[in-house]
Design a protein around this ligand. Structure first.
Ligand code: NAD
Length: 452
């Protein structure tokens, strides 16, 4: 059992904290958001993440504590994770303000209570950041180096929002970047209760940071690849990207014939599907950060730049699909289904819904939106202030001229049956190709060429 402090109680920090508490460690999460801290202390979960409320309820004030007092939490711990946000600057490079402030504050707390300590960088930072920026900050503020018992390691997080608890407790890999094997072992010991079969990789800090970026860049590339093929299909009579991708998935590189009864598809195939483009707090930011780093290093990354360009064009294609079905958007009533960037989360950061809503409003449409869990958009989005949010799916679609599916929430599979029940037949623009088109009178979807 270790005593662990976690700086930043967001999606990553809170999931890490609750799961480490569940594994038997004594955990204190630290956040500058007093409201969030108060909720966690009361056993409440401040975010929508399946399985997390149960873990917080079970461990709060037992093995899971929350505070705004970083110094106290770090002084009482042997290991401190830094899991604060690393958002994008306008040029794509990451903003290290919170990570740097946390590294300096953790170092200062270590100076106040000198003993061996492991500092683990969990935030996603571009390759080289820990060596060049964060580890020196910890060393300066603590007055101690690795030789004096202060280890700074990198342990990137690969969890996916919506299944973060499962990803943490059943990870596909644990990557630790550390200066030497004993330092890596101290981090890996925290995960000792996880199944022994989980691959554990010890490498350099910079390589560990790059593994995180390379993993996300590959997923983003797969998505943009499928979307580029989708747009070609949309302009070819009788081509359908869903069938194209099903055929691609059956390639022996992506699937294995299990037995006579079925084929096992590699999970990567779920990224090789046409859709509304990638969003969320990771893929857009991480690909942009690598492109920015390539620029800075004088090593251009044209492939990744194209991945971003293809993604940025998704909103135009979605609007085109709606417009093709409706004729004109001027004064049309359009309902957008889904605001979260993916199902099973309330996270709307970089959601593909927002650029498409902006364009629809810009083209003169009256836009209504529905989401099963998102009840409001963040403040400060003045240009979409005319957007109407409706809680019931039935009322959201009842008066629509067109309905655009943006987030693959399973509840939206019921849409064709709902429309039959209420006797309505708006244009359905399926941005996820998730509906049974045979049950829809006026169906249009991305990557679907018109019939001859
Ligand atoms: P988040 O915005 O949900 O959480 C960050 C938290 O840190 C917030 O609660 C904020 O109040 C707090 N914070 C900011 N400055 C602080 C400070 N100085 N002291 C204490 N708390 C502070 O972010 P997130 O989604 O959890 O991401 C955190 C990091 O993990 C980022 O680098 C991100 O790229 C990476 N990551 C995120 C995911 C994901 O799916 N969300 C997955 C893997 C990696």
């Amino acid at each position: 059992m270790s005593r662990v402090a976690i700086v930043g109680a967001g999606y990553v920090g809170l999931v890490t904290g609750a799961c480490l508490a569940e594994l038997g460690h004594e955990v204190t999460v630290v956040d500058i958001d007093a409201n969030r801290v108060e909720q966690i202390s009361r056993g409440k979960c401040p975010i929508h993440e399946p399985g997390l409320p149960e873990l917080i309820k079970r461990n709060a004030n037992h093995r899971l504590h929350a505070t705004t007092n970083l110094r106290e939490a770090v002084c009482a711990a042997d290991v401190t994770f830094i899991a604060v946000g690393t958002p994008s600057h306008i040029d794509g490079a990451i903003d290290l303000t919170a990570a740097k402030a946390s590294a300096a504050a953790v170092g200062a707390a270590i100076r106040a209570n000198p003993k061996d300590h492991v500092v683990v960088i969990k935030s996603t930072v571009v390759p080289g950041t820990t060596d060049r920026v964060l580890a020196p900050l910890v060393a300066d503020a603590s007055g101690k180096s690795a030789a004096e018992g202060i280890v700074v390691a990198v342990n990137p997080e690969f969890l996916t929002e919506g299944r973060a608890v499962r990803d943490f407790l059943e990870p596909d890999r644990i990557v630790v970047g550390a200066l030497d094997q004993p330092s890596a072992e101290r981090v890996l010991a925290l995960y000792g209760a996880l199944p022994p079969g989980v691959p554990r990789l010890h490498t350099t800090r910079t390589t560990a940071e790059m593994i995180k970026y390379a993993s996300n860049a590959l997923l983003a590339t797969a998505i943009s690849f499928a979307n580029e093929i989708a747009d070609l299909c949309a302009s070819l009579p009788d081509a359908d990207v869903v069938e194209v991708m099903n055929g691609v998935h059956l390639s022996g590189y992506l699937s294995r014939l299990e037995d006579r009864n079925g084929t096992a598809l590699a999970p990567l195939t779920s990224y090789l599907e046409a859709g509304c483009g990638f969003g969320g707090s990771c893929l857009p930011k991480d690909v942009s950060a690598l492109v920015a780093q390539g620029r800075e290093l004088g090593r251009p990354t044209p492939l990744l730049s194209a991945v971003l360009d293809v993604n940025a064009r998704r909103a135009d294609e979605l609007v085109r699909v709606v417009e093709e079905g409706l004729g004109s958007l001027e004064n049309a009533s359009v309902t957008v289904l889904g605001l979260a960037f993916k199902p099973d989360t309330d996270d709307v950061r970089e959601t593909p819904a927002l650029p498409v809503i902006r364009r629809l409003i810009g083209a003169g449409a009256r836009v209504t939106a529905h989401d099963p869990v998102v009840r409001a958009l963040p403040d400060g989005l003045g240009d979409v202030s005319d957007l109407k949010l409706v809680e019931s799916l039935e009322s959201a679609v009842a008066r629509a001229d067109a309905v655009l599916v943006v987030t693959r929430w399973p509840q939206y599979e019921e849409l064709p049956a709902l429309l039959v029940r209420i006797g309505r037949s708006p244009v359905i623009a399926d941005g996820r190709r998730m509906l049974d088109k045979s049950g829809v009178e006026r169906y249009n979807g991305i990557g679907l060429g018109r019939e001859r």
